[in-house]
Design a protein around this ligand. Sequence first.
Ligand code: UDX
Length: 460
Amino acid sequence: MAEIAVIGCGQAGLVVATAFASLGHQVLGIDIDRRKVEACSRGICPIQEPGLDALLADGVQSGRLTFLAEYPDRIEADFVFIAVDTPTLPSGASDLRALKSATNSLAPVLRDGAVVVNKSTVPVGTCDEIERVLRTSGAPGATVVSNPEFLQEGDAVRNFTRPDRIVLGSNHPASLARVSSLYQDFDAPIFACDVRTAEMIKYASNAFLAMKISFINEIASICDVLGADVSHVAGGMGLDPRIGEKFLRAGIGWGGSCFPKDVTALEYAASLHGVRAQLLRGVVETNRDMRRQVIRKLRAEIGPIEGARVVVLGASFKPHTSDIRESPALEVANLLRFGGAEVLVVDNHVAPDAVTAQFPHLTVADDLLGAADGADALVLATEWPEFLELPLEELARVMRRPLIVDGRNVLDDRIVRAAGFVYRCIGRPGAEGGGIVINEGIDREPVHLRNGRSPVLASD
Ligand code: UDX
């Protein structure tokens, strides 16, 4: 078993620290946030992530997991993971201040022979720079291995303990081999490459996934005008294993703490070196346009949105997380608000203060029916399970105008329309009542929601 230190106990770092401790390693977590360290030291998880609280409590109780808010005089660990935030600056560049500060703090306290493993998403070339700084400021023998994380919020513990792949990049084969020994019992391929390639794999992976979503969203916009159904287009495409069914759910687009920042940072890095990454620009622009589509669809039904009362269902950037960073739902809410609409956001999984601290002009409501009273439209923006079972009849009764714009294509259009609503969605004009039904009167199974998301006809 190894001694491991993890610098940064946020969304990624805490998963890494607790998971390695659960495998029997001795782990020290270091974070400059004293309150977070105090909570973690008592086994109280400061982050909402399924399974993490149990891992943390076990680790602390067993004594294999400890935390510090300051760097000790010497870190005895064989491996020091860096997992600090690298947000985007307004210019599009990555903000590497936390990473630089961690590197500077580490240099004088690293023990000889320790390998520094970087998990933070960083511009290509950053690990070389970390190594240079470490070697010139107190740790002449330091080596760095890039080990990008591919953790999805809400599924991060499983993603870490049962990964699809482990990417290790280093210019030092011996260090890379040592880090790979940490993962020897994981049932996943270990992909070894040079350090810059590993850094790029992380960006390229996130950019590709964002592109896949923007692609299906662009197809959805075309479906809207040509009369095809994007859900079934995605279903039909996804059966080709070269394409795959995942990340083809059309809607108001992607958000969160990773995709927006990583696509922007990659495009920025390319432009800095004279490469016009046109596809990446398109990926971002299409994503932005999906938010605007909601406004256009509302306008088509209710005319000017100024003065309209609109309830936005969802505040988090996706279901099963309270994270509102770069949330498509809140971007739609903001567009509506700035267009002069009265906007009420309903999401009982997100603290109202978290929304209003960032967007004071938005109103958060906890009572759906109260919010919908007199409303002109509902916009389903985050597909929380409870929004799949809306009290449609009651809502139709209290709303001034029973209109739903389903920004995630998750509702059963026939049920919604049967309750008296006008139904609008993304890339499924037939579901909106505008398509030509050729088998009217023919008995068929109702539309089922596969995984609660993509509709498929059971008997067609
Ligand atoms: C993502 C990557 O999946 C993960 O590998 C990386 O390490 C961090 O970034 P996460 O931000 O947790 O993870 O969210 P993810 O589940 O990937 O969803 C991102 C966004 O895309 C959400 O806003 C989601 O609603 C949207 N999305 C996802 C779609 O609009 N359609 C889809 O088909 C899939």
